[in-house]
Design a protein around this ligand. Structure first.
Ligand SMILES: [Zn+2]
Length: 222
C-alpha cells in the first residue's frame, strides 16, 4: 500500500488498480470483493484502523466488509440508503437489470455476506479529517469523502479512471449496467467538481493528480 497524501493510503486489490480500497486516517473505505479480505488485512497490518466505511454497498466494495469488521472488531458505516444492502449482502439489488448474467455473476462470486451497519453517514458528517459528500446516482445512497484542507477526494464509483472492459486508464462514467441513475450520477460528478479537488482516488483505476483531465471530462458531460 502506498501513501498518496498525508494519512491517505491506496490499497490496490487487483492488477492495474482495477479494484481499490483506501485507508483514510483510521478508516478503511471500501473492501473489494469477497476474496479480498486477506490482502486488505495484510496491508492494514501495523496501522490503526478504527472504522470501516463504504462509499456504496456494491459487490466490489462490500465483498470483504464482514470479514474485515469481524477480524478487526470495528464498526461498519454506510449511508442510510445503502444500509439495507450492506446488511443483507444483496449487493446488486439496485442494478438496472438485477437478474442479468453479469449481475448474477457478481452477486454469486464477488458479493460478501451482509454485516450489521453500526452507524449511518450523511452529507457533512466528519470522518477522520474528511467530510461526507452525498453523491447519489451510481448507487442510490452513494457517498464520497472529501478533505477540504488539501483537496483529497475519495470518489468511490461516481466516476472511474479505467475502462473496466479494456482496463485502459482514463476518466469515464461508471458502467451503465451497474448504475442506478446515470443522470443523477452526472449531477453528483458536477457537485464533486465544484469542490475543486486536487487528488482523486477511485474505486476503479489509478489515483489522478492531473485536475486538467478532470476539468476536461466534466466539461464534456451533458
Ligand atoms: Zn459500484
Amino acid at each position: 500500500m502506498h501513501e498518496v497524501a498525508p494519512a491517505v493510503f491506496h490499497i490496490p486489490l487487483m492488477p492495474r488498480n482495477s479494484i481499490n480500497c483506501y485507508l483514510i486516517d483510521d478508516v478503511l473505505v471500501d473492501a473489494g470483493i469477497k476474496g479480498s479480505g486477506k490482502k486488505i488485512l495484510k496491508a492494514l497490518k501495523g496501522h490503526k484502523v478504527s472504522k470501516h466505511a463504504l462509499t456504496h454497498a456494491h459487490a466490489d466494495h462490500q465483498g470483504a466488509s464482514k470479514q474485515i469488521c469481524t477480524a478487526l472488531d470495528i464498526p461498519l458505516l454506510t449511508s442510510e440508503i445503502e444500509r439495507d444492502n450492506a446488511e443483507s449482502g444483496y449487493a446488486t439489488r439496485n442494478y438496472p437489470k438485477r437478474d442479468s448474467l453479469i449481475a448474477r455473476f457478481q452477486q454469486k462470486f464477488w458479493a460478501g455476506p451482509g454485516h450489521k451497519v453500526d452507524q449511518t453517514l450523511k452529507e457533512g458528517d466528519k470522518i477522520g479529517s474528511f467530510e461526507v459528500v452525498d453523491t447519489p446516482g451510481h448507487a442510490p445512497g452513494h457517498i464520497s469523502f472529501f478533505r477540504p484542507q488539501d483537496g483529497v477526494l475519495i470518489a468511490g464509483d461516481a466516476l472511474v479512471n479505467m475502462n473496466l472492459m479494456t482496463t485502459l486508464v482514463g476518466l469515464g462514467l461508471p458502467p451503465a449496467a451497474f448504475t442506478t441513475d446515470q443522470q443523477q450520477n452526472i449531477q453528483s460528478i458536477k457537485k464533486l467538481h465544484a469542490l475543486k479537488p486536487n487528488i482523486i482516488c477511485f474505486g476503479h483505476g489509478p489515483v489522478l493528480r492531473d485536475m486538467g483531465k478532470f476539468d476536461h471530462f466534466v466539461r464534456k458531460l451533458t
